[in-house]
Design a protein around this ligand. Structure first.
Ligand SMILES: [Zn+2]
Length: 112
């Protein structure tokens, strides 16, 4: 397998609009936005993975629901190397690392 340290995956800009609750990201060939609530629900860390699994077992398919979701208020976005961003939420949750490839997929699949 050939994993490229792809410069093309590095976004040109990232902007968080706290008022509308949107995470905006732009690459040279693509751009889009993701709701912060969705990002929290999709948080790829092990903790949230477990949470989603428990909830799936309890009540069939659903993502972390609004009421069960602790916080979708974003405190800080931190770049991780040149491949990902770490999102730090208001409630102290900061283990979610979102690779740029994942974000690109998310935006690509939602703009069909
Ligand atoms: Zn998480």
């Amino acid at each position: 397998m050939n994993i490229q340290a792809g410069a093309s995956l590095q976004p040109q800009s990232i902007h968080v609009d706290r008022q509308s609750g949107m995470f905006e990201i732009a690459w040279d060939d693509m751009s889009g936005q993701i709701a912060l609530t969705d990002m929290r629900k999709l948080c790829p860390c092990a903790l949230c993975d477990d949470l989603r699994e428990q909830q799936t077992q309890m009540s069939g398919l659903h993502m972390i629901s609004e009421t069960e979701m602790p916080s979708a208020v974003l405190k800080e976005v931190v770049a991780v190397g040149n491949y990902a961003v770490q999102l730090r939420w208001q409630d102290g949750h900061d283990t979610g690392i979102f690779p740029y490839s994942f974000l690109k997929e998310l935006i690509g699949s939602s703009s069909d």
